[in-house]
Design a protein around this ligand. Structure first.
Ligand code: SF4
Length: 346
């Protein structure tokens, strides 16, 4: 066993958090937790994990669930492609593996939404297979221990850190080793204020010796943020509103929303009300309210949203729209931005 692995495992045994997916070797539950945690902090992901396991105790239950229910349970976690991939992968396991979770790294890696990290995590935690995980925490710990300034988001960095991780791996206890290094990064060797003074790896840590801890890990510049302007028109008819499903390959695919007029910059109420398509859909309407612009921040996009509430007369016949009682809106999955609006609208 590598001495660094030994120290990490000793540290982990004393300091680990008790998390439900650590008390199981069920590959389905481990996979579920890994998908939820892909872009989510543990504190937020925990309640979603519990909710999903309650609703879908097995991969077969997940596969058989209606997509709307999966999306609704996912609501609020963001990065909705994870939910769609999860559902697709569950169906694939039922159809191609008779409902039995695949048992090798290569087969797990083939599941939709599963990359190198997730495949290594599931293979090691569920089946004790010798695959080293490299997630954000591991990148940070390794870049500091080995004082490497190779950008962690470059293809060179990906290769280099995977090689180091493989060398450190305790192959007979891959599950324990992987949990240890990730937990060490999450709780101890943190991005800000790592606990170097009391660190059991201090004498192994080249960044500590070279006083480079605070500048590691290195990342190359990320992509430019795109601004989008979403003008939502809420068609009210008595106690009901009209909603539609986002079917395009874009953010929030398969979630519901109101009639959307997207623009490349902020536009005024008059321009909205004079929109040709809108006028075609509803001949008689009255503007009840327009909200202030609210900004919703996604990883590479900023959404600037305004909601225009219109009382409409007559029916909307456009097939894309569904008339739903306001009290029943909770049965549909909406992006957080719309949920916030619905909460404030009461
Ligand atoms: Fe991380 Fe500091 Fe320990 Fe190095 S000495 S491993 S930077 S906590």
């Amino acid at each position: 066993m590598h001495p660094i692995s030994n120290k990490l495992i000793q540290w982990y045994k004393i300091n680990k958090r008790d998390l439900p997916w650590r008390n199981t070797t069920d590959p389905y539950k481990i996979w579920l937790s890994e998908i939820i945690l892909q872009q989510t902090q543990v504190a937020q992901g925990l309640s979603y994990y519990i909710k999903f396991v309650e609703h879908f105790p097995t991969v077969v239950d997940s596969a058989n669930a209606p997509e709307d229910l999966v999306m609704r349970l996912w609501q609020g976690l963001g990065y909705y492609s994870r939910a769609r991939n999860l559902h697709a992968a569950a169906k694939y396991i039922v159809n191609e593996h008779n409902g039995l979770f695949p048992k090798t790294y290569e087969e797990i890696r083939k599941l939709k939404g599963v990359g190198d990290y997730t495949a290594a995590a599931v293979a090691s935690f569920a089946f004790q297979l010798p695959h080293a995980v490299v997630d954000g925490n591991v990148y940070r710990v390794l870049s500091r221990l080995f004082n490497s300034n190779t950008p962690i988001n470059s293809s060179q960095g990906k290769k280099e850190f995977q090689l180091i991780a493989n060398e450190l791996l305790h192959t007979k206890k891959a599950d324990l080793h992987n949990s240890s290094i990730m937990e060490f990064g999450a709780l101890f060797c943190k991005p800000q204020n790592p606990k170097c003074e009391e660190c059991p790896l201090q004498e192994n840590c080249l960044a500590f010796q070279n006083q480079t801890v605070t500048i590691l890990p290195v990342k190359t510049k990320t992509v430019k943020i795109k601004n989008r302007f979403f003008n939502y028109v809420v068609f009210n008819h008595k106690e009901s509103v009209y909603i539609t499903k986002r079917v395009e390959k874009d953010i929030w695919q398969n979630l519901y929303e109101f009639y959307l007029i997207e623009s490349s910059e902020e536009i005024d109420t008059e321009t909205i009300l004079e929109n040709k398509e809108l006028q075609k859909m509803v001949s008689r309407f009255k503007l009840k309210k327009a909200t202030k612009v609210s900004k919703h921040i996604l990883s590479h996009q900023h959404i600037h949203a305004v909601f225009y509430e219109l009382d409409v007369e007559g029916k909307i016949t456009d097939k894309r729209f569904k008339k739903v009682k306001r009290t029943e809106l909770t049965s549909y999955g909406f992006p957080q931005l719309i949920n916030k609006y619905l909460e404030s609208a009461g």
